[in-house]
Design a protein around this ligand. Sequence first.
Ligand SMILES: Nc1nc2c(ncn2[C@@H]2O[C@H](COP(=O)(O)OP(=O)(O)OP(=O)(O)O)[C@@H](O)[C@H]2O)c(=O)[nH]1
Length: 288
Amino acid sequence: SKTQLGKRAFHNLTFLFITMRLGVKVNMEAKMTNICSCFIAHDLLLYVILNHLICSCFPTLSLVSLFTLQSFSTDRTDSYLTVLSCSTRKCQINEVMLLGDSAVGKTCILVRFKDGAFLGGNFIATVGIDFRNKVVTVDNMKVKLQMWDTAGQERFRSVTHAYYRDAQALLLLYDITRKSSFDNIRAWLTEIYEYAQKDVVIMLLGNKSDMAAERVITHEEGEKLAKEYGVPFMETSAKTGVNVELAFHAIARELKHRNIQQPHEPKFKIHDYIESEKQKSNCCGGIM
Ligand SMILES: Nc1nc2c(ncn2[C@@H]2O[C@H](COP(=O)(O)OP(=O)(O)OP(=O)(O)O)[C@@H](O)[C@H]2O)c(=O)[nH]1
């Protein structure tokens, strides 16, 4: 069945990846999964040949790949299966990357959006790159977001640069309690203009808005910088959840409109959408 083939492809290509690129594990796995799911969707025969070739090159493959699969969490396996099932139905996967200095809260924002939880406690820096999937409903349509959590540390920069090109949207974060993370936003934007697609959707997020007492960057400063670069802006908190759903939903809506813009439909304006949603939440407790 397709599911079994998908699982085998996943096993085999995961192993292939691990043997080739030990340093950036999760990153390449996702790419491989995308590749193998494309084979399943578009050319089953090609997939079988590829699978056969890989197996003959690596006789120990099934054993090792089984071990690899067992080391994944259910959540991760779910992500792979979402990619596979989406690809078999030829639907669009939208890649969204989170960028910004180390410890600004990229992983926490992602976990808050994906699982509705806050990762408090000890800070564990992301190594390389990781991804999670979530399906968002926009006007009764399903929009699949593949969200890439990048490492903010400088030493991983060359790894993450390679992924900018595939992203349809970028969430650029700073920490409102750390001035250096705000000052570095200009450098991040320079990198984005160098490596990302020209029409990539960019959104600036000032995170940790719950830490009012430690705030060093005002809301107005964030807004001014965003205006200068013509990108939407909001302050978020992974801890309380404020504006996290709104940020991802606005991105999903923008990408949906780009993917299937009907000729009679008015052009979607992300700035206006965010402002109207913010006003709604001010008056009625709104989107968290
Ligand atoms: N109070 C508060 N703390 C937060 C918030 N978001 C993240 N943190 C904390 O900030 C620290 C860093 O969060 P991460 O999400 O791991 O940071 P990151 O940007 O992914 O860091 P790298 O993986 O190194 O790039 C953690 O200790 C979190 O608990 C927030 O909205 N409010």
